[in-house]
Ligand binder design. Sequence first.
Ligand code: MGD
Ligand code: MGD
Ligand code: SF4
Ligand code: MO
Length: 718
Amino acid sequence: MSAVPDSARSNQKNVLGACPHDCPDTCSMLVTVEDDRVVKVRGNPDQPFTDGRLCVKVNQYEERVHHADRVLHPLKRTGPKGSGQFARIGWQEAMDTIASRWKQTIKENGPTAILPYSYLGTEGILNGLNSGDAFFNKVGATISERTFCDSGACTAYIMTVGPSPGTDPESFVHSRYIILWACNTISTNLHHWPFLAEAQKRGAKIVVIDPVKTRTARQADWHIPIKPGTDSALAMAMINVITTEGLIDKEYVERYTVGYDELVDRASEYTPEKVASITGIDAEDIRKLAREYATTRPSVIRIGVAVERHSGGGQTVRALTCLPALVGAWRDVGGGILQLPIWAFPVNWDGLMRPDWIKPGTRVLNQWKLGAALTGELELDPPIKSLFVYNANPMVVAPEQEKVIDGLLREDLFTVVSEQFITDTARYADIVLPATTQMEQHDIMFSWGHFYLSLNQQAISPRGEAVPNTELFRRLAKAMDIDDPQFQRDDKQMAIESLDWSNPALEGITMEQLERDGFARLKVGTPDTYAPHVQGDFLTPSGKVELKASMVEGGNFVLPLFRQGSNEFQDGSAVDPLPNYVPPQESTDTNKALAAKYPLNVLTPKNHAFLNSGYANIARQLGHAGEQFVMIHPKDARARDIAEGERVEVFNERGRFEAEAQVSDDVREGVVVSPLGYWPSASQGARSVNVINASRYADFGRAPTFSDTLVEVKRVER
Ligand SMILES: Nc1nc2c(c(=O)[nH]1)N[C@H]1C(S)=C(S)[C@@H](COP(=O)(O)OP(=O)(O)OC[C@H]3O[C@@H](n4cnc5c(=O)[nH]c(N)nc54)[C@H](O)[C@@H]3O)O[C@H]1N2
Ligand SMILES: Nc1nc2c(c(=O)[nH]1)N[C@H]1C(S)=C(S)[C@@H](COP(=O)(O)OP(=O)(O)OC[C@H]3O[C@@H](n4cnc5c(=O)[nH]c(N)nc54)[C@H](O)[C@@H]3O)O[C@H]1N2
Ligand code: SF4
Ligand SMILES: [Mo]
């Protein structure tokens, strides 16, 4: 650490930034720059949610920015696919190569033979999820359906209460009963924790519902170790207790809900005794949870994204979103449910994505099916001949890793990857394009964890020849002879055009103010006053909480944010308009045949020190995370003669990965846990957790089913 204060060094300056990561906290950053190098990053003390702190992932972001392994120039493959052997080329050669291959592919197979693949490597509105959509729509490429994260929960939540921003995360200080449902706040939403801790200090009870005693569960007043994938049964039993014991807020229910009688009828099937055997939670505890929740005010539920990751994830969120209305929790500041405050941000998505450019009937492919699509298991006409990856690392985050590897090895597949590092996906590329980090680009950020809009100002020049995604698609448009004003705007102009400034949420907020402060709170009331549904005002077709949903008449749907091009896409498959329990496909209770071979339910949640697969290549965070482990209950370990620290393999019919056994009763018996993020290339056995996961969808919104997977664990014999 330098002993000289910042102000004393004339060649230092501070720039206001915002963390780019796919994390609900979207921290406001102070970036110290010296001689066009980032020397330090800090959390902005003025932004109330960030409150001057970052996290173990980002505290030394300068190490990521200036890392020796950064991709600084375009590269072309010189060795066999996957070998990671590349040679430097110029941007001109890279663009010419891509354009000539694509023009040939379009001539021979049509434009849908090109598959774009992106997720949230950066979350900025300009450079994030949708930054390539306009370009690929113009080309006519296959549309990527991106339902990796929260699509099922969003479908369920919007069916029930509409796109409501929900409870203000900062107003949790006023809550007296807080349920964190499948949410590991201290690892995945760290900056929310001080608000919960403050509430706890003021007397609130914090309940954590999670099969694992996580960092968060340890701080809770009550940890309920539920069996994975059974959450909707528990929620239905809570509804059963609340309605049969007269604990409802009758006036609120009468005025602001529809379908109450039908819900009561449905919930009558879920007695605490019956649900005890489904969930592994005592009937008396179920009653206690329901009674405490219903009779303590304000009460609030915070759902993690993980709540959707099993066959019945959608119906789970349906049941949970019904609860606050039944007990009148929406009446209070600090009461209700928190899903994604993202709905409060008036982003001009269509202006960014240009769905108007999609030709009717253009093929849609879910990213979930990448392995099956590339290997030909899915019979596609035309087949995928070219894959363009940006903001994503499917080799680590997509299921069916064996198929993804086989697909990427295809000699006839022309793969381009835009990246900051040679990830395990980039290793298989024919062309790698260098991408900037947040310090080298300009962007404007929404948040899915609070109500602050942030501006990230460029702090240093791009390293080497790296470009932001915005510039990448400008260059690609030029190479593909696309001449449209869409691709002639600079980033500052794009930032202005990315929001609907006439929306009341932006009242009084200007770009000048954002440049000065780095952030602005949306005009949605204060954390001490915000209670959006005191008088109903739900954004559903009926204007009420739809206990019985009307939006599913056309079947299951995916929101335009996850599948562009149609206003809510409905696939016609039947959806039960009342919440219910959809059993897991892979569990010891519901699939005895499979469980005879693979008796352990594996969870692959987020790593405390990584951001999805990000930072798993950086020494500091890797040191913090340690080796890939699998946590196993002492009884399960004993039955397999596995001791603490032993090398084991975790396997099922889809594949195997290796891990170090961590024997602990922090996990339920019958459940094992191996966090996501490790790269196969750096793993013993050259595979990582997604080798065992299936590409099966959950009930709503084509959500993933990571928590709905059976495996066996055994010692590796060497
Ligand atoms: N440190 C860190 N933070 C992150 C990320 C990261 O990779 N690392 N990723 C970001 C992203 S993209 C997201 S989507 C969020 C996710 O945020 P979370 O949803 O909080 O993250 P997870 O760790 O995947 O899951 C939370 C908890 O759900 C539990 N769980 C799994 N299955 C079930 C189940 O069936 N029922 C119940 N009740 N619990 C279950 C897991 O044991 C885990 O402790 O985190 C974001 N923040
Ligand atoms: N088993 C299991 N699988 C999961 C999950 C799980 O919990 N368990 N979680 C799922 C969820 S919720 C999510 S959100 C997905 C995450 O899926 P991804 O978003 O694909 O995950 P990341 O590992 O963050 O990969 C993003 C990549 O983008 C790169 N990148 C960063 N910034 C930029 C940029 O500006 N430009 C370009 N071109 N590239 C950039 C990063 O270096 C990184 O390699 O994973 C899903 N997969
Ligand atoms: S990863 Fe999340 S917690 Fe860490 S600095 Fe970024 S926004 Fe904040
Ligand atoms: Mo996510």
